[in-house]
Design a protein around this ligand. Structure first.
Ligand SMILES: [Zn+2]
Ligand SMILES: [Zn+2]
Length: 151
């Protein structure tokens, strides 16, 4: 079975909610899905700034719509910026974040993921989202901090 393209799914979502399907919104979606993960608004802006018809506020609005439509998720990776990553076509994963070089590594823990849903249910919550983050030093940064300590 062929998978629907992200743009197509986004168009369906927009129509179902009575929002306008605009060329600009589709263009932003395409850019986000064709690029590396964990993009910030600034990353997106850098890729789209030559498009004169796209403004920063359009990018923000489109990202909100993509989050609401469940196509992407917004993640806090411990810096000052919101990062966005595709949800579609991805298995659920969490992040390890290096506090020195900001390197991001993804990992999946399906058993633990299930526990989040159970926990929400146990407390009578309707699960909307959850995030698990591990902050630390990546292998490279551990090596360089050891070599700095040796005179
Ligand atoms: Zn590092
Ligand atoms: Zn990720």
């Amino acid at each position: 079975m062929e998978r629907e393209s992200p743009v197509r799914l986004f168009q369906n979502y927009l129509k179902s909610q009575g929002f306008n399907v605009t060329k600009v919104r589709c263009q932003i979606t395409e850019t986000l899905f064709s690029a590396p993960e964990h993009m910030t608004v600034a990353d997106l802006w850098a890729r789209l700034r030559n498009e004169r018809n796209i403004s920063m506020s359009t990018i923000y609005r489109t990202l909100d719509l993509l989050v609401e439509g469940g196509l992407i998720r917004k993640i806090d990776l411990g810096d000052a910026f919101a990062h966005y990553e595709p949800v579609l076509g991805q298995t659920r994963h969490e992040h390890l974040i290096c506090t020195r070089c900001s390197k991001i590594v993804e990992f999946a823990l399906p058993d633990i993921e299930e526990r989040f849903f159970e926990t929400a249910e146990h407390y009578g919550f309707l699960h909307q989202r959850h995030e698990l983050k591990i902050f630390g030093l990546c292998p490279d940064c551990q090596k360089s901090s050891i070599s700095q300590e040796v005179p």
